[in-house]
Write a protein that binds this ligand. Structure first.
Ligand code: HEC
Length: 106
């Protein structure tokens, strides 16, 4: 009977290890602000269609405006327009977490 218990324990450990590995792979190594929220999920999905993810905090609001256009603006700098219905939600999310030099938390 004790042998069976050891096997069961081993299976539980292997299962736990698999869960850790698969959640790391899904995250692709980049942690987003509000991770798991609908907007963060949307950002992760939409903004990785053509390239790896950029953290919102990697750019200042001005840089984001230049790259993606403002809330109502056209995209510039050769970045393709972002025509999805979720454009506004995405830009709000980005701007909320953009890098603000001097601010304690962006
Ligand atoms: C349709 C394909 C596509 C989608 C979708 C897309 N991008 Fe891009 N992105 C590109 C291309 C192409 C470039 C390189 C263009 C350039 O040199 O500016 C780029 C470049 C960038 C850059 C670097 C710009 C620079 O000047 O260094 C950032 C930041 C960026 N994208 C953010 C985003 C974000 C945020 C989203 C989601 C809202 C997004 N992208 C969605 C195609 C895409």
């Amino acid at each position: 009977m004790s042998g069976g218990r050891i096997i069961a324990l081993n299976l539980a450990l292997i299962g736990a290890a698999l869960i850790v590995v698969s959640s790391l792979a899904a995250g692709c190594g980049v942690k987003l602000p509000e991770e798991g929220s609908p907007q963060a999920l949307l950002y992760r999905e939409r903004c990785t269609e053509c390239h790896d993810i950029f953290r919102p905090g990697a750019m200042t609001p001005k840089m984001w405006e230049t790259i993606l256009g403002g809330l109502d603006g056209e995209s510039r700098r050769g970045h393709p327009a972002v025509p999805w219905a979720e454009r506004q939600a995405l830009l709000e999310y980005i701007m909320r977490h953009a890098h603000r030099p001097g601010a304690s938390k962006g």
